[in-house]
Design a protein around this ligand. Structure first.
Ligand code: PPS
Length: 361
């Protein structure tokens, strides 16, 4: 039904305020909307015809727009049905299972390459709040695992969530940062990819890595030794064979990545700050990815019992799994100071490489 101001008829009827186009004819109505009869189309002026045609075009554009929106909001459940409760508790899995029309699986345009135990899961979970970011739920280990890599890029692509072309797909596998072959392989896939690297104070990260490995050993009934015994040799020297410690010597790995990629392709996230102030770190990432600021302060709330930030939006309220934010053992202060001292020159080298400092030293 289309309305416009009317002046039809030989003798203007004061009651007539508008005419409606009904089935190709024009019907006059009063301002109150009462119909007072049909007026023959042949009396239409050229002006009125232009107005009618314009309104039809506007209507057609509006209908097309509405149809586009409805395409996007009518998901197709791809595999097993997921209940609403599941969707709230495990939204990342949920987004993997539903497929919106006009979406495809895309190779990632951005990868979280590490560093292990620096908050990579929290980072991915937070970024998943953004309406233009799609994240792969699992760590895919494509570039660091020879078997997976030999399956080819098509295998990798199929591990990605469905996304619209304008959305950014992100995968995280923290082992990428410390695996020598990975930069070459990533470069081969996409030399202009964006890389997110989250780092944490190296001593804290080492302890976190130790705790993770100890828990896994415990679960397999394997013996677990104190941290101090693992990081120091019997003669008191630092045990450079201990992998959680070696993984905190960031500059070695960074040098390897910078052989392939320009520093501009990296955004480095302060993992210690992500714990304290996730919102400000996420804003910087939105800028780096060229996205509008859609993740808001209100999406984060501090959960007292967890001692960490959790997230919420209209559909979900989520804290990370209990395996994130584990209690750390109390470490002998002599060993702690010795390790911090040990990391100092390596940290300096890392700061030089990334042209930025953290307050670790
Ligand atoms: N919001 C929130 N909730 C819980 N935990 C948080 C959060 N933000 C950052 N962190 C820190 O993330 C640390 C685990 O890092 P990763 O996710 O990179 O670990 S992993 O490499 O994927 O295993 C984890 O380390 P630990 O404290 O040693 O468990 C946390 O300190």
């Amino acid at each position: 039904m289309l309305m416009y101001h009317s002046n039809v008829g030989d003798k203007p009827n004061k009651n007539v305020k508008y005419s409606l186009l009904v089935d190709g004819s024009i019907r006059d109505v009063t301002q109150e909307g009462r119909s007072i009869g049909f007026v023959c189309c042949s009396k239409c002026t050229r002006f009125k015809l232009i107005v009618v045609i314009s309104l039809i075009i506007i209507g057609a554009v509006f209908v097309t727009y509405k149809l586009t929106i409805s395409f996007r909001s009518s998901p197709v459940i791809e595999s097993s049905a997921v209940s609403f409760t599941q969707s709230v508790n495990a939204t990342e899995h949920f987004s993997d299972k539903i497929r919106y029309k006009h979406t495809k699986r895309h190779l990632p345009e951005c990868i979280i390459i590490g560093i292990r135990k620096s908050g990579t899961r929290a980072l991915l979970t937070y970024l998943n709040l953004h309406p233009h970011i799609r994240t792969a739920t699992e760590e895919i280990h494509f570039f660091d695992n020879d078997d997976n890599y030999s399956r080819g890029l098509e295998w990798y692509r199929k591990k990605m969530p469905y996304s619209f072309p304008e959305e950014i797909t992100i995968e995280k596998t923290p082992a990428y940062f410390s695996t020598r072959i990975v930069p070459d392989r990533v470069y081969h896939m996409n030399s202009s990819i964006k890389l997110l690297l989250i780092v944490r104070e190296p001593y804290e990260r080492t302890v976190s890595d130790y705790v993770q490995i100890s828990m896994k050993k415990q679960a397999k009934n394997l013996p677990v030794y104190p941290f101090e015994q693992m990081v120091l040799k019997k003669n008191g020297e630092i045990n450079m064979q201990y992998s959680p410690l070696v993984r905190s010597v960031y500059h070695m790995y960074m040098e390897n990545w910078l052989r392939r990629f320009d520093l501009k392709q990296f955004h480095i996230i302060n993992g210690d700050n992500l714990i304290k102030d996730p919102y400000s770190e996420i804003r910087l990432i939105e800028d780096f990815l060229g996205l509008s600021h859609r993740i808001k302060k209100k999406n984060f709330y501090f959960n007292e019992s967890r001692g960490f930030f959790c997230i919420r939006n209209e559909t979900r309220d989520k804290c990370l799994a209990a395996s994130k934010g584990r209690e750390h053992p109390l470490i002998d202060s002599y060993v702690r100071d010795k390790l911090k001292q040990f990391f100092r020159p390596f940290n300096e080298r890392f700061f030089e490489l990334i042209q930025r400092r953290f307050d670790w030293n």
